[in-house]
Design a protein around this ligand. Structure first.
Ligand code: BD6
Ligand code: ZN
Length: 313
């Protein structure tokens, strides 16, 4: 069987970070904080995080903080809860959470909670279960879950559960693997997994595996490497990962590598990008592929880092 081209992927991530017309391309420019998280986590899982200049990363991240306490996707952009979690994850990865004014960041996030327990993403008020996950994950990493009403937050997420066992972006919205990860992750972090019908949801999730071994995000859609993460992490959190063919999925992800120049694409023979390279490697880590660090399915950070954050203060 094809092997994971570790050295090539490290080279690809490092070169993508430098190149202004790829990693920081027009599309990814406004998502650069997410890009930093994908790139650094990939390097860490591959055991090569020490190749990055920590001071450079930290000073750039801090330049992206807005006076509200939230973080922007890049310098001079608008703050959003999406980039605030990525910023906290990046600082955690390079072991510099201590540069943060933790109360200021926590207050920014807490200020986005609505009366019904849901969360807005920024001052414009769009509501999405993604933002509930981000708030809970981020405050948990900062040891500040007490700043929000967790009970109401959980109640709102549970109210977005569908008859098929899945979750959508808001009440009544169609089930989608990305949203399911967010809702299951938030319930896992808050110790609320008993609200899930594990067999019903497990069935919906394992039905995402198609003939090629890859996973899709919704019925009738094409398989995509990034769904290896959203679906697999959810199956692990509800203890139903044995319901899919792991070997076939490993093969599908490995088939999406650019064996010459490094990087992983969404499907075999497509163009690679940092996003799918990260989710491909993270998926293989969940599948216990040899030589990779283990990743935590709820926090999407290496297990050794999660242990450090929660068990060795
Ligand atoms: C996100 C972030 C910003 C704006 C909208 C967003 N929707 C979902 C996210 C989560 C974020 C993430 O994974 N952070 O770690 N996803 C993205 O940043 C991607 C970036 C991207 C854009 C274009 C092509 C490839 C990657 N994003 C904004 C997406 O919409 C991707 C697009 C995509 C990837 N593969 C096929 N399409 N979709 C995506 O992340 O879907 C997963 C999802 C959906 C809803 C909730 C949670 C997760
Ligand atoms: Zn994808």
């Amino acid at each position: 069987m094809e092997e994971l081209a570790v050295k090539k992927h490290v080279k690809y991530i490092l070169s993508a970070e430098k190149s202004k017309d790829d990693f920081a391309s027009v599309i990814m420019e406004h998502l650069r904080m997410n890009g930093a998280y994908w790139g650094l986590t990939t390097l860490d899982l591959l055991g090569k995080l020490e190749t990055v200049d920590t001071d450079e990363v930290v000073s750039w991240v801090m330049e992206c903080q807005h006076e509200s306490g939230g973080f922007c996707g890049n310098i001079g952009h608008d703050p959003h809860i999406l980039f605030t979690l990525s910023a906290v994850q990046v600082l955690a990865l390079v072991d510099r959470i201590n540069v943060l004014d933790i109360d200021k960041v926590s207050e920014y996030i807490a200020g986005l909670q609505n009366e019904d327990g849901s969360f807005a993403g920024d001052i414009w008020g769009e509501i999405d279960t993604r933002f509930s996950y981000i708030a809970i994950c981020c405050l948990s990493l900062l040891h500040r879950l007490d700043k929000i009403n967790v009970e109401k937050a959980v109640k709102y997420i549970v109210s977005c559960k569908n008859p098929d066992g899945g979750f959508g972006s808001t009440r009544g919205a169609e089930s989608h693997a990305g949203q399911i990860f967010c809702c299951v992750g938030a319930l896992a972090i808050t110790g609320s997994l008993h609200y899930i019908d594990k067999d019903l949801l497990g069935w919906w999730l394992c039905e995402r595996q198609v003939k090629s071994g890859g996973l899709n995000g919704r019925p009738e859609k094409l398989p995509d490497v990034c769904y290896s993460w959203w679906v697999l992490s959810s199956l692990i959190m509800i203890d139903r990962v044995h319901w899919i063919d792991k070997q076939k999925l490993v093969r599908f992800i490995l088939d999406c590598q650019d064996k010459e120049n490094g990087g992983i694409s969404d499907r075999p023979d497509d163009v690679v990008d940092v996003f799918h390279t990260y989710f491909g490697v993270a998926g293989l880590s969940l599948l216990e592929y040899p030589g990779l660090k283990a990743i935590d399915p709820a926090y999407a950070l290496p297990v050794d880092l999660i242990n450090k954050i929660f068990f060795s203060r």
